[in-house]
Design a protein around this ligand. Sequence first.
Ligand SMILES: Cc1ncc(COP(=O)(O)O)c(C=O)c1O
Length: 360
Amino acid sequence: MSLRFELIPNPAPRTDAEVAAVLADPGFGSRFSDHMSVATWTKADGWADAAVRPYGPFQIDPAGAVLHYAQEIFEGLKAYRHADGSIHLFRPEANARRFQTSAARMMLPELPIEDFVEGVVELVRADQRWVPDSTGEKSLYLRPFMFADEVFLGVRAAERVTFSVIASPSGPYFAGGVKPVDIWVTDSYARAGVGGTGAAKCGGNYAASLIAQYQGYEHGCSQVLFIEAAEKDRVEELGGMNVFLITADGKLVTPALTGTILDGITRSSILTVAADLGLQPEERPITPEELFGGIADGSTVEAFSCGTAAVVTPIGAFRSVNGEWKLPAGNEVTLAIRNAILDIQYGRVADTRGWLRRVV
Ligand SMILES: Cc1ncc(COP(=O)(O)O)c(C=O)c1O
């Protein structure tokens, strides 16, 4: 039987004026709406106790398993308000499927697709005031997550788990317009290895990527590109985004999904719309030599990163301990891809692929 996320209204919701003040300048990830979705799972009884309830802290016992062994996964998606005031999610079933894949890898229970989507949809309905208007690339960022909530220090799969969804209004990633970013290519740190958790969206992957990210900051870069850990013969992905190259002969190339990188929903959407833009998509291994050599000899003309938060971000240069490889300015094709995805998300073009799920 499917879960029903009944609303337990927040007795002290923010006033309309307070919400308006947040939505005027939402930033990212530090302000949260009035409610949260929650459900719990136990080995004995399965999923139960679903509700959309007032936003507030969890009580976690100091021996709570997640605090010790990081048995945790999460997702990220957005609710977009269209010009007519309606509110839509973008491919939420894809996030739900990836959540199941991540759960399986981390020995967490499977949450049925319809329950994941219901938890997200009911939260957005309850907090629809918190979805910003359609101007300026604002949205309501949604963060579903699941963690081991059992009071037990033994190392094994938890027998009590919490699922939750919280919502945070988010402003445009680039306040002053889209600007190319520089990327640090690390050869000293790895994010994931074959057989590891690279294809799962689990918190530990992000903790492991921070040291390389900070190494990148020291070299004037805002993101880090990881190379395959053992052979160092494949470009993989950034700490929180997938990567694409555009060649002079119209190919749109991205690393194949080999089990060590995340199956990004923006990535898969871009591969799908590529043909509409006259591009030929290619998913295959990219060697570091091809990455750097292609920029040096002009056969690679643009590069970009992509993910839910920043959509599509042009890359200005790659840097490593061996030097710097600058891409030409312009980024026309990258910006066309960016607009193609945003146009679908904000309802500015017809949703011919059934990617939008209307919520309000
Ligand atoms: C490691 C990593 N790769 C890629 C992505 C892009 O995935 P998506 O397009 O589904 O947001 C993300 C963001 O979720 C990520 O954290």
